[in-house]
Design a protein around this ligand. Sequence first.
Ligand SMILES: [Zn+2]
Length: 294
Amino acid sequence: MKTYSTIRGMLTALGASAAIASASACTTPSKVGSGPAVANTTKAAIPHVCVDRVLPSHMQEGAKVTASTENSRNKPPPGSSSITAMRYKKWLPGRTLHVRFLEGDPGVVGHVKKVAAEWMTYADITLVFDDASNSEIRVAFQQGGSWSNIGTDAKQVDASEATMNYGWLDSETPDDEYSRVVLHEFGHALGFVHEHQNPINEIQWNKEVVYAYYAGEPNKWDRATVDRNIFARYATAETQYTRFDPTSIMEYPIPKEHTLNGFSVGWNKVLSPMDKCYASSVAYPKAGAQPCPP
Ligand SMILES: [Zn+2]
């Protein structure tokens, strides 16, 4: 297993081509089901940070209707931005979600299933890996990067196309990397968003350093993209919203150079206590679950 002395070292070692970077994390793909434009890239060229999918703007109103039809709690505050609307994509608690693998080495597929199933310990959701033709979650491995649609947005994607992708998992991938990536992407599939955009986050960003960092390889983001993917926070009307959790599986790594007070976040590889309690007592309540601590 490789080791990296710094997050920057790992990001650099796992660096991406400009072609990937220009279409990477949380930007809007040009085609709903196509994912980021990453043709002709190798696994070594794929950035090993999550690449989220956001529906094109013309589909977002329809996605809101889909979300509220699925689960009446999916009600963004009036006048919410599209960023905030992403917080309200949860499935109906108690739901069965079918999962179909569109491709993949049987060993890798088996590993993904095993890791993803951990969410069922906490969330009142049943994942059924039956490759049903009408599966809500459809997993691919051949496209670039790792990404997933957020919660009920998957229903907007054509049934023939993937809603989730793993760009670098293979038979040589260490177990803790499976844990880090699969729990994160299935977290998105359950409607969970990146933790650093938690409205209560306490991160004191060193913004110019962050802009400069993401302007470089492998991301090549402009300032607006950094604003949207890193600094923008979700508004929330959810009174049960938990405190900022830097240990969340849904958090990006944050080098200490990116903050004004030395705060940093490493590579989170397991569900945090707050991830578990948020899933089991807020998002998908289970009978008898303990409320999250204040
Ligand atoms: Zn992500």
